[in-house]
Design a protein around this ligand. Structure first.
Ligand code: NAD
Length: 323
């Protein structure tokens, strides 16, 4: 039986990835500084560990028999949506880089064979609306728009360097925005799709919600099952260097709100307020991940249909939905 460590298994994508690895027949250890918030982990073993500490990274990769896990999926990070990325630069750069420094070192030096790292579309520069598709090579010369992107770029390079030195197969994914049930939906770390679902669920039909900026910023939003499928295929492919994973459908923030409102069956008015919008546009090639046979199975409407009811239910339970 293959063994895997999922770092960040208490978080959104890690929690879903654990379920997928169990379906694939793995023995799975989850590690995170906290347990999953909304449902029990499917991991065979869950360790609450602060992965900023080197000794905890060694504990995380080492099995009871003294051997190391076959595969490490590194998704632990101090992260959140644009609001968090712009207000917590120091925490992001300090905490996430420590996790990555110690985890790549532990995995490389102890002999892990395959290592996955979750990078981000935030490594790329801002793009103009309508610019032609950018491939992975477009990350250089580097000009990320925020410190989160710089940390990811550095950690990508570190993982590759440890891979070269220790003969560890490293796989790097650059994720687009990811959403789905059991993702953070309030508290300041939530991303745009979850925030919009919460806002729409929180007002009656005909109500008004606030968005940051004028709503013209273009993004792709990837449903979590598509993301997990991309991670699994990439990890078992021979694709070296970074690989984009994201839904090929690009929408602006107003279209995101309209999709949520349509799924909720509500008419919603939008009010623009100043806020950290992030880059103006994204448009990335999925050509590399598609060589693995991966295709996005969830367009925005389908993904929101699976996500909105879950967030609306959380709002109801928290007393945040209109009566
Ligand atoms: P998440 O915040 O839900 O999960 C990250 C997990 O890391 C959390 O459970 C957190 O507790 C854990 N963590 C933080 N500090 C830790 C520490 N010191 N020790 C151990 N665990 C620690 O985020 P997510 O959305 O599941 O993202 C997973 C990965 O994918 C991250 O690396 C993130 O940067 C990347 N990513 C996510 C998106 C997205 O849209 N969700 C987009 C691009 C990249």
């Amino acid at each position: 039986m293959k063994t895997a460590l999922v770092c960040g298994a208490g978080g959104f994508i890690g929690h879903h990835l654990v379920k997928r690895l169990k379906k694939e027949g793995y023995w799975v250890r989850g590690a995170d500084i906290k347990r999953p918030e909304f449902s029990k982990s499917a991991a065979d073993e869950f360790r609450v560990l602060d992965l900023r500490e080197a000794k905890n990274c060694v504990k995380a990769v080492t099995l009871a028999n003294g051997q190391v896990v076959d595969e490490v999926y590194q998704l632990a990070a101090d992260m959140g949506g644009m609001g968090f990325i712009h207000s917590a630069e120091c925490e992001i750069m300090h905490n996430s880089v420590l996790i990555n420094v110690h985890m790549t070192h532990a995995a490389g030096t102890l002999g892990v064979k395959r290592y996955f790292f979750s990078s981000s579309a935030c490594v790329y520069r801002d793009m103009k609306i309508g610019e032609p598709e950018m491939t992975e090579a477009g990350a250089y010369p580097a000009q990320p728009d925020n410190e989160y992107g710089w940390e990811k770029l550095y950690s990508e390079r570190m993982a590759m360097a440890f891979g070269r030195k220790y003969g560890m197969a490293v796989r790097l994914a650059r994720f687009q925005n990811c959403y789905g049930p059991e993702g953070t939906w309030r508290g300041g770390r939530e991303k745009a799709p979850a925030a919009m679902c919460r806002k729409v669920a929180g007002v009656p039909d005909g109500g008004e919600i606030e968005i940051w900026g004028d709503g013209t910023a273009v993004r792709s939003y990837t449903y979590v099952d598509d993301m997990v499928d991309g991670i699994f295929r990439l990890m078992h492919s021979d694709l070296e260097d970074a690989v984009n994973i994201g839904c090929p459908q690009y929408v602006n923030v107003r279209e995101l709100v309209e999709t949520v409102a349509a799924v909720a069956g509500r008419k919603i008015r939008i009010k623009s307020i100043p806020g950290p919008v992030g880059v103006m546009s994204r448009n990335f090639s999925n050509g590399r991940i598609e060589t693995t046979g991966w295709r996005s199975q969830f367009d925005l409407r389908k993904g929101i249909e699976l996500t909105y009811p879950w967030i609306a239910e959380q709002c109801r339970k928290a007393g945040l939905a209109p009566g």
